[in-house]
Design a protein around this ligand. Structure first.
Ligand code: KG4
Ligand code: ZN
Length: 342
């Protein structure tokens, strides 16, 4: 099955063409084309995403990317169209949904609404390790899994029973971890988006220089909280203006990663997980990846994550979400749902 997928939930306009086969028991994906028009430069002067600017840019970029995907639109071949319906910024989501509706009508193909967070969750299936060509990989051997989804809008820990059922163990009670990276970066006068900038700067810093709080690390729930950590950085900067920025970045990164790793490890042990899955924009963070890889090794569980380019928002992961939604016969309303849950 060839899937045309569309993602416009935030500040990336993304279109992909993905081949899927194998169903829920032996899923296999081949990314034929993966196109992204990033709006980072447009939002950077504002230090964050401006919803109406995002909408305007999506409207401009969607037809351009479609033309790039199919230089001869009359020869375009796909079996289903899928678009993100949520969660995300509603004005931005609508642009992708409406564009998908038009395309589905014009080509007379079914339109499937996709959940952005399911896209992140399933993104591990875009790695070489999970390709069916790797004979060692068996989908039946990876569950139950603990999945950590960490992005600019979400911090969620899931117990994943199989490809169609999971239970939320916990989530952030305030800021998402990516949001905390972005806000701390702003305090340090680094450009937007801040996550990759903090990571770069942290390389030159001492992660033990400042003992920032690890919010809720010993709390018995699987919830997170990152706004207090961000505020500690704010106060620290106010009172210690001479501290090296690199030390602040490294100490902040270490504190945030400590909490994520601690709770993920505890959940993996408690539920006897066979895998730890990591996804979302913050999954590109090399310290977080490294630490979770070490833990997975120690616990003898699989560490499953997509290559970095499929961690930040993209449409290839939306094709996966659309494929599984179609197979599960689940129907998401074809309307923007800003707060859609996983
Ligand atoms: O998944 P994503 O592209 O968009 C959302 O769905 O939110 O995630 C974007 C988030 C931003 O907050 C960005 O700063 C963060 O991911 N991020 C990182 C890194 N790369 C991206 N955070 C920490 N370290 C990174 N290397
Ligand atoms: Zn995302």
């Amino acid at each position: 099955m060839r899937i045309l997928s569309i993602e416009t939930s935030c500040d990336e306009t993304a279109l992909a063409l993905v081949e899927a086969e194998g169903g829920l028991s032996r899923p296999k994906f081949k990314v034929v084309k993966n196109l992204i028009a990033s709006q980072i430069k447009i939002h950077a002067p504002f230090g964050g995403v401006v919803p109406n600017l995002a909408k305007r840019e999506h409207l401009k970029n969607l037809p351009i990317l479609f033309k790039k995907l199919f230089p001869k639109p009359e020869a375009a071949k796909f079996d289903i169209v899928t678009a993100t319906v949520g969660p995300g910024l509603e004005p931005a989501l609508w642009t992708g949904i409406n564009f998908a509706k038009e395309v589905a009508k014009q080509y007379k193909k079914p339109l499937i609404g996709a959940n952005h967070l399911e896209g992140h969750l399933y993104s591990f299936l875009l790695s070489k390790k999970t390709a069916i060509s790797n004979s060692k990989f068996l989908i039946s051997k990876i569950f139950p899994a603990i999945a950590l989804i960490v992005s600019g809008g979400h911090t969620i820990l899931l117990l994943v029973k199989n490809l169609k059922s999971w239970k939320k163990l916990g989530e952030t009670r305030d800021d998402a971890v990516g949001e905390a990276f972005d806000k701390v970066a702003r305090l340090l006068k680094l450009p937007y988006p801040g996550g990759p900038e903090i990571q770069k700067l942290a390389l030159y810093g001492n992660p033990n220089a400042i003992d920032f709080p690890r919010p809720m690390i010993y709390d018995k729930s699987y919830d997170f909280s990152f706004s207090g950590l961000k505020t500690s950085v704010l106060y620290y900067l106010r009172d210690n203006s001479k501290t090296r920025k690199a030390d602040i970045a490294a100490s902040f990164e270490q504190a945030a990663v400590d909490v994520l790793v601690k709770k993920t490890t505890r959940a993996a042990k408690e539920f006897g997980a066979k895998s730890i899955m990591l996804s979302g924009g913050v999954a590109s963070n090399s310290l977080l990846r490294k630490r979770l890889k070490v833990v997975s090794h120690q616990l003898s569980v699989n560490f499953l994550a997509a290559p970095a380019k499929f961690n930040t928002d993209n449409a290839a992961m939306i094709a996966e979400a659309g494929y599984f939604t179609y197979l599960r016969k689940k129907k998401y309303k074809l309307a923007a749902q800003g707060n859609l849950n996983i």
